[in-house]
Design a protein. Structure first.
Length: 399
């Protein structure tokens, strides 16, 4: 019996050694692959965000290949359906089970905030390519943003309204983090120019009904209305604004670019002609880089026009590749984030930089007017505010 037990132990050791030997090529292969865990709403009311960002990320690899820093870069896409609890669970699974070296995506502020503790605990760089509340990067030292912040695109709107001669304004925003950011920023910047915000209106995020708020506008008779509503609701708002005759009554409209999303603009109809917005990207941006990007994007995605979400996905990949190239493929999260700080490049949107102090993006914000060109509606840029930082963090730094 003793001899049999020894034989069994020897056989077990031999089997274990064989399994280990068999696993070596797999481990070696894993070490040569860097995974990006992309968490986005691919279904549900925010599905267009997921579609745009992932289309741009895949296009980046189609154009630039799958190698960075000597490693193969693999994108792993997960659908959080726009629910924060799902985002958190997926982030944990991607870090713990899939061993991703980066997290990316995050379509809305609550989703980004849900994943932030996972990035911190796992020391995994988390690239936010959609959510736009100013404070998001403060939720984790591992968050870097390639999208924008609402204050960043709102402050130029307030200055543009003042240039147009507005003295009294109403703010109308969706009642959640980015909307409140926009409301506060517009009021601060507009009043600094000598203007007055006579009413601050907040519309529910779910099932918004603009009618009672537009009645308040009619009763108050301001010089103009500043609007922020998420992508997908802008067409309905502008239609109701025009149907009530505000455009002919002398009450003007200025909005952030979310309201007139490039992806949806052509379907909004001629009611949006002449509407002014301020934003960091337009598919009509005239640079050579953007013309090449739009041509490649529309060829790869027939019937889909790239929007501001897509360009943030494109630049998220540019950032990952540049960081990996600089670290020689090393995936230490702390080192990668430090490498990303201060990086600059020319995006389809124009020149951009990752602010080393805040890990937020610094970029141009453009004043645009809707025009019809060759039978299609476009946000045509008329001027630019250059190298705009998030004004909330800039004000904190100045204190």
């Amino acid at each position: 019996m003793q001899a049999i037990r020894i034989t069994r132990r020897a056989a077990t050791r031999t089997l274990a050694a064989a399994l280990m030997a068999a696993s070596l090529p797999v481990a070696a292969l894993a070490e040569d692959t860097v995974k990006i865990g992309v968490i986005l709403p691919m279904t549900g009311p925010s599905a267009s965000t997921g579609k745009q960002v992932t289309a741009a990320m895949k296009l980046w690899q189609a154009v630039n290949g799958t190698k960075a820093g000597g490693k193969t870069v693999e994108i792993v896409v997960k659908d959080d359906t726009g629910v924060a609890d799902v985002t958190k669970r997926l982030a944990q699974e991607l870090v713990v089970n899939d061993h991703v070296s980066f997290l990316a995506g995050f379509g809305l502020t609550p989703l980004a905030l849900a994943a932030a503790p996972i990035a911190t605990q796992g020391k995994v760089p988390m690239i936010v390519s959609a959510a736009a509340t100013a404070t998001i990067t403060e939720a984790s030292p591992y968050i870097v943003r390639t999208s924008f912040t609402l204050p960043q695109v709102t402050a130029p709107a307030a200055e543009q309204a003042a240039k147009q001669g507005w003295k009294k304004a109403i703010t109308l925003v969706t009642d959640y983090g980015p909307g409140i950011d926009a409301e506060k920023t517009f009021k601060e910047r507009f009043t600094a120019t000598g203007g007055e915000v006579v009413a601050e209106l907040r519309v529910p995020l779910k099932n918004p009904d603009f009618a009672p708020f537009l009645q308040r506008v009619a009763d108050t008779k301001p010089d103009g209305v500043f609007v922020f509503v998420p992508s997908g609701f802008g067409g309905l708002f502008v239609k109701q604004f025009v149907e009530r005759g505000f455009d002919k009554s002398g009450i003007r409209l200025i909005a952030t670019g979310d309201v007139l999303d490039d992806d949806l603009l052509d379907d909004m109809g001629d009611v949006v002609l002449g509407v002014t917005t301020t934003h960091h990207y337009s598919a009509a941006h005239p640079s050579a880089e953007n013309k090449a990007y739009v041509a490649a994007f529309t060829k790869a995605n027939p019937g889909l026009r790239p929007n501001f979400m897509s360009v943030a996905g494109w630049d998220a990949m540019a950032l990952v590749y540049a960081a990996l190239d600089k670290t020689g493929g090393a995936t230490d999260g702390t080192k990668l984030v430090e490498t990303m700080k201060g990086m600059s490049w020319v995006s389809p949107r124009g020149p951009i930089t990752i602010d080393p102090a805040t890990r937020d993006i610094v970029q141009n914000v453009y004043v645009r007017t809707v025009e019809k060109v060759d039978g299609h509606l476009w946000n045509v840029e008329t001027s630019a505010f250059e190298a705009v930082k998030d004004p909330v963090k800039a004000a904190k730094a100045a204190k």
